[in-house]
Design a protein around this ligand. Structure first.
Ligand code: HEC
Length: 104
């Protein structure tokens, strides 16, 4: 039991490390390119959604969540928002989210 929870803690640590390593390599230009290619159709080039159900990235309410939560959501998709698992890796998704957070 004890070693199991220690193992879980260790893998969580590795996961956090992986995410923070990605966060250090943020590339806004890449984020913008990927955003324009993959997300702008629905979320709008400037973060003003083109479809009613999509959240605005200008107001940012849905972006006020931890990176890990948002990365998972983008990987798995949510209702109309398609899953990007296998298309975008963690680093790329973090770049896209960081770019979306710059929208005014
Ligand atoms: C086909 C249209 C479409 C595309 C393409 C799309 N989205 Fe979405 N997205 C949506 C819709 C609609 C929602 C609202 C989902 C809901 O809450 O029901 C959403 C929600 C979200 C959310 C909020 C999730 C939450 O916590 O509620 C994020 C973040 C997001 N999208 C990011 C992205 C990113 C990043 C991309 C490109 C890599 C992308 N989306 C591409 C339609 C789209």
């Amino acid at each position: 039991m004890k070693s199991k929870s220690r193992l879980a803690l260790a893998s969580f640590g590795i996961l956090v490390l992986g995410f923070s390593a990605g966060a250090q390599a943020l590339d806004l230009a890449r984020g913008q390119r990927l955003y324009n290619q993959r997300c702008a159709t629905c979320h709008g080039l400037n973060g003003v959604p083109t479809i009613q159900q999509a959240p605005s990235f200008v107001t940012k309410e849905r972006l006020m969540q931890p990176d890990m939560v948002l990365v998972q959501r983008v990987q798995r998709g949510k209702n109309v928002c398609p899953p990007f698992m296998g298309m975008l890796n963690n680093d790329e998704i973090l770049d896209v989210l960081q770019y979306a957070r710059t929208m005014r």
